[in-house]
Structures are given as C-alpha cells and as structure tokens.
Design a binder for this molecule. Structure first.
Ligand SMILES: Cc1cc2nc3c(=O)[nH]c(=O)nc-3n(C[C@H](O)[C@H](O)[C@H](O)COP(=O)(O)OP(=O)(O)OC[C@H]3O[C@@H](n4cnc5c(N)ncnc54)[C@H](O)[C@@H]3O)c2cc1C
Length: 489
C-alpha cells in the first residue's frame, strides 16, 4: 500500500488541481489526433533552451562537505563521552555502539542525498554513477547499525550482569522507547537484503522500489530513537542541534528536488500525450504536447523520468531518453515494449496527462573532448544518439554506425540518415545476424577511420555496449573518450 503514498505523485496532482483552481494554468485544449510534427525536416526551434553544462567541481565540493559533516558528527559524539561513562561496566561497548550508530545513520543520509536527484549533481556526475556510489556505500550503514545493536546489547548485559540474549529480550519487552529503533533496524535489514544483486535480479523493479521507500520510514524512526534516547544528545544541546540540522537539511534537499521543483515544472508544462505511433516492431514513439517547453533546458542524449497518469501506471515512473530535441510545444520519446510499463506505453490514449522529472544524464555534447565523434547504436539505444546528433555543434565531424538484425528494427532511420547527411558525416548500417555481421576492431576502424582521435558515444543493449567499449579500448581510446548510456541502473 505504501506505493500509494508516493509523495511526488500526490503533490503533483495537488499542484495541478490548485494551479487550475487559481487559474494559473488554463485548461488544455482538446488535442488534435492527426496533427503531425515534422521531426526530421523541421530543425529544433531556436527557442529551445540549451541544456546546462556540468559543473566539474561539484562532486569534489559535495564529498568535502560530507566529509567535514561526518568529522563534526563524530567529534561531537566523542566529546559527549566522559571517563566515568567509559569506566562504568559495559562503558566501552556502549561508546562503540553509539559511535557506530551515529556514523551509520550519517552515511544513510549521504546515500539519500546521492539519489535525491539534485539537478546540478545529476548533470555533472550522472544518475548511473550516483546510483553506483549509493550502492557502494550501502553495506556500511547496515554493518555499523548491526555493530550498534550488538555492542549496546553487550554493554547493557555487562552492566546488568546478565547474558546478551536475555538482555536483548529485556530490550524488546521492557523498553518501549526502543520499539521505533527495532522497527527501523528490521526495515534496514529488509532493504539491504532486497538490494543484494541476487535478490534484485529475482525481484520486479517496482517491488524493489517500494521496499526502498520504507528506508525513509526507517530513517524517521531512527531519528526519533536517537533524539529521544541517545546519550550523546541528552544534555548536549550543540550535538542535538547539529544532528537535527543535518537531518532537516537532508529532508529539505529531498523535498525540494523530488517534490517541489518537479511539482512547479509539471504545473507549468501541462504535458499530455499528443500522438502514439508504432516506429518499429514493438517500439512506439510518443509525442507530447505542453506549454512553455521553450523554457525547458535540456541537452540531446539526456533522459527524464516519465509518469503516465493512467490507471495502472500513475504510481511508478520510468526513465526514457528524448529521441529528438524539443520542438516547442512538442517533446518526443521512443519506447521499446520490454515489461509492464513500457508495453503499456503503446496503448496510451491521446490526451493522457504526463509528469516528468529531469532532465538527467551526462550522455551529452558536454562530455565531448574532441572535434570528431563516432556514434555506435543498436536497438532502442539509437534514440538518445538521434537527439545528441541534433545537438552537436555543426563543425563536428560525425560517423554513425548502427547495428541491427533487420532493417525494420532501426528506429528513426530516415531521420538519422538525414541528420548525418546534412552535416556531411558518414552513416553505416550493419544489418544481419550477430554471427554474420560482426562489429569487431577491424570493422570499426574501417567504418570510422578517425575513431581513435575522437570521442565515441555508445548506446545499446548491455552486452553490446560492453563489447564496443572493449573494442574501443583495444583500439587505443582512453576512458575519457568513451561515453555510454546504460538503459538500466
Ligand atoms: C537512463 C535510461 C534511459 C532509458 N531510455 C530509454 C529509451 O529512450 N527508450 C526505451 O525504450 N527504454 C529506455 N530505457 C529503459 C527503460 O527505462 C526500461 O525498459 C523500462 O523502465 C522498463 O520498465 P517496464 O515496467 O516496462 O519493465 P520491467 O520489467 O519493470 O523492467 C525491466 C528492466 O528495466 C529496468 N527498469 C525498470 N524500471 C526502471 C526504472 N524506473 N528506473 C531504472 N530502470 C528501470 C530494470 O533494469 C528492470 O529490470 C532507459 C533506461 C535508462 C536507465
């Protein structure tokens, strides 16, 4: 049921209704089913706002800030200990337990900030890397909270001269204040287990996501437990104030970037499905119409989180890259039916309301290091390349290589070809079965002779991308020259 508590969803509805009520947003007129947008021939409007460039120092600055914050938290924690506390029975166990809890909870806050979808962090580091960092830190809070539970139990057992199991039972039965902490601990373990690679593979994405929502509840309960019972906060107003400040700041960051900003943007954009067309077998192009799209700053190659407000889809959002730069008042994505949500996209009705979050991603012209670019795409991975191609400066030398089993599977084929031709680049299609047509080092060198001197952008199925990256590395490209977008986190 918690899925229905999606903050973003509820608040976006509220904002749209309020905006309508206050007449900030006029009602959208009935959409024309048959009107067409000439994506290929019509250049992206001059009025389209260019995407923001990454801010190179932002990740280092944030890491420094997080490190300083942790240092202050630990220093305040240590200063609240005293020789008498430490020398009492079980004193050292308790102290270790308290510091472990403090550090573990702080790291949980850092993990939350990493996936809070802060726009400037997203466009500098990229969501895939942020998710990787989030996962990498993930084991530590769990380990530290386990240390906290074990150490505090041992400490109290020493103090009361009883066994640890008996002491744990006493905690459960006689300490009502600890209930919140125990529930929080259980939720943390469930989230940790569900995040293990093996469990994630067996779980539906939506199930995993809902389980993860419980982490916010776990943090809220842990916060209450710390502030009400934490020895290092009782009688230490500075430590208490600091901890409340850090927690409130994290909550504010999440609320602003996940709720308030998307709410304002969606109330302004008023996006609705304008047209759905079958692009290739099982691949649908969805054109959306909205207001003030010229104010949407986005780079070719970036993606948004899309939430289609229909009965079965409204509660979960999915990432899809733009398949062309916006042409106000239109926006476009191309979606391959692969699971529940993406398959339902092909059946969306004209006029369906759509909410977006973003833009996100670093697979853009800003990642480029040279004046020559090679693009390699396959499957629905062609879509961000199509938008990126449109966004590259006119003087860039471009080679595009598309891999497909059948010609009909190449999405936006004519548009790609026209765009490449218009800029005097080269366009190659490698069509056939994997065994007959191989994209190896020799073929790559033949098709893109300047590959090693330029940048390589790849987007396609996971195995395909890995193979192309491997070939590129063997051909001498440095890591900084290779850019790819993975279609799963
Ligand atoms: C950055 C990015 C850009 C993408 N761009 C496109 C695009 O332009 N066109 C296109 O057809 N597909 C794109 N995808 C893939 C698309 O998001 C998934 O195919 C879609 O979410 C599958 O959802 P489902 O319910 O249909 O399938 P499910 O069976 O629920 O999911 C299939 C797999 O898709 C991934 N997935 C599902 N939901 C999400 C989510 N909310 N966030 C991240 N991964 C998820 C998971 O790996 C999951 O195992 C992109 C993915 C990413 C990460």
């Amino acid at each position: 049921m918690l899925q229905y508590l999606s903050l973003f969803e509820c608040s976006s509805w509220l904002a749209l209704t309020l905006a309508r009520y206050c007449r900030l947003v006029p009602p959208t007129r009935e959409l024309q089913r048959n009107s067409t947008v000439a994506w290929a021939s019509q250049p992206a409007s001059q009025r389209h706002r260019a995407g923001h460039a990454p801010i190179p120092w932002v990740a280092d600055a944030l890491a420094l800030l997080a490190g300083i914050g942790l240092g202050i938290a630990i220093a305040l924690g240590i200063s609240s200990e005293s020789p008498s506390l430490l020398s009492s029975p079980g004193g050292w166990f308790d102290a270790v337990g308290r510091l472990a809890a403090l550090t573990g909870t702080y790291l949980m806050l850092v993990m939350i900030v990493l996936i809070a979808r802060l726009p400037w962090l997203e466009r500098t580091v990229g969501q895939d890397r942020l998710v990787r960092w989030h996962r990498r830190i993930g084991g530590w809070p769990i380990a530290l909270i386990v240390v906290h539970v074990v150490a505090v139990t041992l400490g109290y057992a020493q103090m009361t001269k009883s066994g640890p199991f008996h002491q744990f039972w006493v905690f459960l039965r006689n300490y009502p204040d600890l209930l919140a902490a125990i529930v929080s601990f259980a939720l943390l373990i469930v989230a940790g287990v569900s995040s293990a690679r093996i469990a994630r593979r067996r779980m539906k994405y939506e199930t995993w996501w809902v389980v993860h929502l419980y982490m916010y509840l776990a943090l809220g309960l842990a916060f209450a437990h710390q502030i009400v019972t934490g020895v290092m906060f009782l009688g230490h107003p500075l430590a208490r104030g600091y901890w409340i400040g850090v927690s409130a700041l994290t909550a504010g960051v999440v609320l602003t970037s996940r709720v308030i900003l998307p709410m304002i943007r969606n109330a302004r954009l008023q996006l609705r499905v304008h047209k759905v067309e079958e692009e290739a077998p099982g691949v649908y192009t969805v054109t959306l119409k909205g207001r003030q799209l010229s104010r949407l700053a986005v780079s070719g190659g970036q993606f948004f989180q899309w939430r289609f407000l229909t009965k079965g889809l409204w509660w979960h959002s999915h990432p899809y890259s733009l398949s062309a730069l916006p042409r106000p008042p239109y926006l476009r994505v191309t979606v391959k039916a692969s699971g529940d949500q993406s398959s339902a996209v092909g059946h969306l009705r004209v006029g369906t309301r759509v909410l977006i979050e973003g833009p996100y991603g670093t697979f853009t012209k800003h990642a480029r290091t040279n004046t020559s670019v090679t693009m390699v795409g396959a499957g629905v991975g062609i879509t961000p390349l199509r938008a990126l191609l449109e966004d590259l400066p006119g003087d860039i030398d471009v080679s595009v290589i598309i891999r497909a089993s059948r010609v009909e599977e190449i999405v936006h084929r004519d548009e790609l070809e026209a765009l490449v031709r218009a800029r005097g680049g080269t366009f190659h299609e490698l069509v056939g079965s994997r065994h007959q047509v191989v994209l190896d080092a020799r073929t790559m060198k033949q098709l893109a002779p300047r590959l090693a001197q330029g940048d390589l952008y790849i987007c396609g199925p996971e195995g395909f991308t890995e193979r192309v990256v491997d070939v590129a590395r063997r051909l001498g490209l440095r890591k900084q020259q290779i850019h790819y977008e993975a279609f799963s986190f």
